[in-house]
Design a binder for this molecule. Structure first.
Ligand SMILES: Nc1ncnc2c1ncn2[C@@H]1O[C@H](COP(=O)(O)OP(=O)(O)O)[C@@H](O)[C@H]1O
Ligand SMILES: [Mg+2]
Length: 236
């Protein structure tokens, strides 16, 4: 049971964004894919969630190919993507955003159960239930973007730069919540980040991307402690 990416190559026209990338994330683990702006992180996630075509290579989730599948079929098989835009419906309240996320699910009892789990994970959402989502702070919006995705009870969660544009204290909170999610919601997570230090601190495995290529892959702890990797790619 795992996500297996093998020799994956993805182009944007003449630009090679992901070049022969391979890595494995065992079920129940949190993998951090780190790299600077332009490294190919968003392109990789968009391809894994069916939004972008690949050029060559393979990606499987629990043995089944996911490349080229429709995003809605991937969602039904438990693969969910939180894009880097903290995407929520600004005009709707927090409560309505959460309700909308569960609208398509048949098991209404479980929708109610998972909604209260989400509010337990992000207590601030509980305090803002009737507030318009557009008036939330950046951190609260990010929590809602992740929270509404969890209503689907995903198995594989793809997170695109949840720390982007947030204050350090909020980043710390969001990272800690992401870490606790893995066990609490029985998830496997691919966390894509420029914030290498913060992401590696909570991750099991680390994959360092540079200009579309994997330049290091190891346990997150080993990468954090490797002076050469730190100096060359992590910037601390
Ligand atoms: N829609 C697009 N059309 C053309 N080039 C793109 C497109 N999206 C991304 N790129 C290019 O692909 C490379 C990787 O981008 P991206 O995946 O967004 O990186 P990251 O998320 O790590 O910042 C960059 O060189 C970027 O300019
Ligand atoms: Mg990106």
């Amino acid at each position: 049971m795992s996500l297996v990416v093998e020799n994956l190559t993805i182009d944007h026209g003449a630009i090679r964004a992901i070049d022969n990338v391979s890595f494995t994330v065992p079920t129940g683990q949190l993998a951090a894919v780190i790299g600077a702006n332009g490294a190919g992180k968003t392109t990789l996630l968009r391809t894994l969630s069916g939004l972008k075509e690949s050029k060559s290579g393979s990606a499987t989730w629990n043995g089944k190919s996911i490349l080229g599948a429709r995003p809605e079929d991937l969602a039904r098989s438990g693969i969910m993507h939180v894009s880097d835009g903290k995407s929520v419906i600004a005009e709707l309240t927090v409560k309505e955003n959460l309700a909308l996320a569960g609208l398509w699910r048949k098991d209404k009892k479980d929708v109610a159960a998972v909604t209260s789990e989400v509010v337990d994970l992000f207590p601030v959402l509980g305090q803002r239930m009737s507030q318009a989502s557009g008036s939330l702070s950046g951190g609260e919006r990010q929590m809602l973007a992740i929270g509404r995705t969890l209503i689907a009870r995903p198995k594989l969660l793809l997170l695109d730069e949840p720390s982007l544009g947030l204050a350090p204290l909020i980043i710390e909170q969001i990272f800690q919540t992401i870490k606790s999610l893995v066990a609490k919601m029985n998830l496997t997570v691919v966390l894509v980040e420029q914030n290498a230090m913060g992401a590696l601190k909570i991750a099991d495995e680390g994959i360092v991307l540079n200009l579309g290529s994997v330049v290091a892959v190891d346990s997150a702890q080993t990468l954090l402690n490797d002076p050469a990797v730190r100096a060359a790619y992590l910037g601390f």
